[in-house]
Design a protein around this ligand. Sequence first.
Ligand SMILES: *[C@@H]1O[C@H](CO)[C@@H](O)[C@H](O)[C@H]1NC(C)=O
Ligand SMILES: *[C@@H]1O[C@H](CO)[C@@H](O)[C@H](O)[C@H]1NC(C)=O
Ligand SMILES: *[C@@H]1O[C@H](CO)[C@@H](O)[C@H](O)[C@H]1NC(C)=O
Ligand SMILES: *[C@@H]1O[C@H](CO)[C@@H](O)[C@H](O)[C@H]1NC(C)=O
Ligand SMILES: *[C@@H]1O[C@H](CO)[C@@H](O)[C@H](O)[C@H]1NC(C)=O
Ligand SMILES: *[C@@H]1O[C@H](CO)[C@@H](O)[C@H](O)[C@H]1NC(C)=O
Ligand SMILES: *[C@@H]1O[C@H](CO)[C@@H](O)[C@H](O)[C@H]1NC(C)=O
Ligand SMILES: *[C@@H]1O[C@H](CO)[C@@H](O)[C@H](O)[C@H]1NC(C)=O
Ligand SMILES: *[C@@H]1O[C@H](CO)[C@@H](O)[C@H](O)[C@H]1NC(C)=O
Length: 768
Amino acid sequence: MEATCSRLLSLLLLLLSPRAFAAGVADTLSKGSNITGNETLVSANGTFTMGFFSLGASTNQRYYLGIWFSVSRDAVCWVANSERPLSDKTGALVLSDTGNLLLRDGSGQIVWSSNSTIASSSSVEVQLLETGNLVLRDQGSSYILWQSFDHPSNTLLSGMKVGKDLWNGAEWHLTSWSSSDDPSPGLYRRVLDTSGLPDFVLLQGNVTIYRTGPWNGRSFSGATEVLGYTDLVTLGVTISPEEISYGYTSKPGAALTRLVVTADTRMVKRFVWDNSSREWNPIFQGPRDLCDDYGKCGGFGLCDVDSVLSFCSCLRGFSPASPSAWTWDAASGCRRNVELRCSNGSTTDGFVLVKGVKLPDTHNASVFMGITLKECRKRCRANCSCLAYAAADIRGGGVPSGCVMWTDNIVDLRYVDRGQDMYLRLAKSELDKDFTLVAVVAPVASTVAALALFLLIWWRRTKTKRTASDPAWSPTMGDRSIDLPAVKMSTGDFSQSHMIGEGGFAVVYKGELPDGRTVAVKRLKQSALTDKGQRDFAREVDVMANVRHGNVLRLLAYCNDGGERILIYAFMPNKSLDLYIFGNPSDRARLNWRQRLDIIHGVAHGVAYLHQGSEESVVHRDLKPSNVLLDDNWKPKIADFNTAKLFIKDQPDQSDLTIVVSPFGVVLLETLSGRRNGPTKGVISNARRFCQQDRAMALLDSTVPLPVSPPDSEISSELERYIKIGLLCVQEAPENRPDMSAVVAMLTTRNSDISLLARAAQQSHAED
Ligand SMILES: *[C@@H]1O[C@H](CO)[C@@H](O)[C@H](O)[C@H]1NC(C)=O
Ligand SMILES: *[C@@H]1O[C@H](CO)[C@@H](O)[C@H](O)[C@H]1NC(C)=O
Ligand SMILES: *[C@@H]1O[C@H](CO)[C@@H](O)[C@H](O)[C@H]1NC(C)=O
Ligand SMILES: *[C@@H]1O[C@H](CO)[C@@H](O)[C@H](O)[C@H]1NC(C)=O
Ligand SMILES: *[C@@H]1O[C@H](CO)[C@@H](O)[C@H](O)[C@H]1NC(C)=O
Ligand SMILES: *[C@@H]1O[C@H](CO)[C@@H](O)[C@H](O)[C@H]1NC(C)=O
Ligand SMILES: *[C@@H]1O[C@H](CO)[C@@H](O)[C@H](O)[C@H]1NC(C)=O
Ligand SMILES: *[C@@H]1O[C@H](CO)[C@@H](O)[C@H](O)[C@H]1NC(C)=O
Ligand SMILES: *[C@@H]1O[C@H](CO)[C@@H](O)[C@H](O)[C@H]1NC(C)=O
């Protein structure tokens, strides 16, 4: 392989030289000429190469004609004769007189043909484009007779598409290889399901095994990771009278990327080429966990990969169809507790919000674009067969629109980061019902005695949205509770050796779940169980139960048993941000500038997410470095919501949202300066002064080395920009502060208008 690579490289260098054309290698094959043996076509700027390659053991080599990334011969993205390999290198690719592209074996037999049969033209040629597309066209006209992009193999490249051509009924889809050394069609197909909303599904034969979730204008609703790499690719779905298709295009100058249906792992993976390590890094794979297995929890089931006991639960108002099926035989699913009351359009039913999900399969759903969500609700309510609805298009950010209505079943529903909201139809009596711990959990527990050993979770929803100030609110409501013996078992009966922290109101223990996962168990002190303490606990449960974001600490479960109030969170091995930014020099050195910028960026995303709830916003009223925890990848997670405030949108106290921007600005400036912003607000005034003197970098923590090599001048300018954004956030007058989504946008856009920022910052000086 080593030898092949260096040969390839030297070949490449040759090809890239101006003489390449003269030497008979190029990106174009004209009529009557052929490619054979080691000859190749190389695209104009050298990104792709087409030629013969071999697979299989050395005693049984099979030869294929294909296209690969020039930097990486293993990354084959298209194969012509995948089903009819040649046994030696003596084959040749020929452009016939009739404009047909033919692959002949050594004896002249045709093993593959493009079947393009436009005989009249005398001037056809074949060109390997810089996109990796091999096109056969009429010289002088742009009319394409045939192109490899219309016949995908197992790889989706930038500019390719999957979906349906509505003119001729053709379908573009990806097909896995049979195995990593056999490109013949394998078991898996990746197709765009165009019934309902477009959904990118992975099929085994005719059985769906994974979906990305329906397209919502921004991304597929269950594969929101892609929103995190917008500097790499732009996604797009085309819906027109000609076609319904999905594809992506690489951003100019971005790293090479490819999406592959793998042969042996029944997975779709996106890889990005790392030019410095010279390897392909996977940045996305689907299915990513058990909850992505299609229909894992059956009809009306909901999958939660963070759940402590069983991944599956039933939607509110539903119960397991076969209660003993705790292993969640996907076929069984859940059944409705109380029948809907609806006839001839008149109904007393209502809707309950299911937040942050990959929307269910829309294959049989009805879609109406161009109506509002409100209208969608009305339509769903008026149609007795409508079981749930959701927005079909969330491009507008805060204003979702369009309508998707499910009428037969709710299948393949799961929680995801940055997921969508769905509204589920329930009978009025179900909406009114107050589920209590005893009423719901006890019968199930007694049915399945063996479960006593496990943590028990039950999915319950509060009857209506409540604010923490609502006097009727009680902490027994929330989403998930576990029983005390289970908590005790996980922490060695709250033993000293499990203790990892203690505050004024709570002790935190490290716990271990039966499945081996490590959790942080926060147990309120008895002295803290005052009315206020109980309210704070209740608030934290209520707020956290509905919050799902990669930068907000997930509440896994809670326990409200007798005198105990316990919260269970994912365990964060790297503890909190303050330990590093204010710690001793060796602790400070553990977070370099890139990591610090990423942490700030993550915190901003988390706060913006909390503010942006579709119906209610969460205001964290105690944002500070010690409440920013770090996971094993140093990804920040905002924690400690016991003083958070939850309010329904459209209420007048929206100003809270810009007030909280200021603590964020302080966290930003503290993280970069390594100093606490004490009562004298020294960090802020220093930052202002340095900025005025045009030496913002003087604010930076001098114990953290600034990189010197050229690519890092980029980091310097980024640091400076962050400082200025931090200053914008801490302006005296709340009305001058940007809102969190604007902050995220400024942090994200590399070349956001600094002069604009500076002007705004100056404005803030004027107020001093
Ligand atoms: C390929 O082209 C070479 C030179 O033009 C010619 O000698 C050879 O016969 C061709 N081979 C095939 C299979 O057409
Ligand atoms: C093709 O490559 C093989 C293996 O590197 C080499 O032995 C052979 O000489 C090359 N053939 C031609 C025609 O360059
Ligand atoms: C090849 O690279 C040059 C310089 O980077 C660029 O201007 C040109 O557009 C590229 N050509 C193609 C076909 O991508
Ligand atoms: C060309 O036609 C043959 C015979 O109909 C068929 O087997 C083959 O798959 C076709 N090739 C392509 C590239 O469509
Ligand atoms: C799906 O495939 C199975 C087995 O190959 C077959 O029995 C079944 O009829 C197919 N179903 C449909 C809807 O094509
Ligand atoms: C990739 O790295 C090589 C040196 O290893 C360099 O010459 C080339 O410009 C780099 N390409 C890109 C796109 O960064
Ligand atoms: C349904 O309502 C329509 C008008 O609202 C009425 O004409 C029709 O008789 C009703 N049908 C039934 C079965 O009640
Ligand atoms: C769609 O309807 C068909 C036919 O009734 C049914 O077999 C299939 O399971 C339904 N699909 C979904 C996702 O509900
Ligand atoms: C209710 O919705 C279903 C599915 O969209 C549709 O077939 C049916 O006609 C609708 N019924 C009414 C009364 O609008």
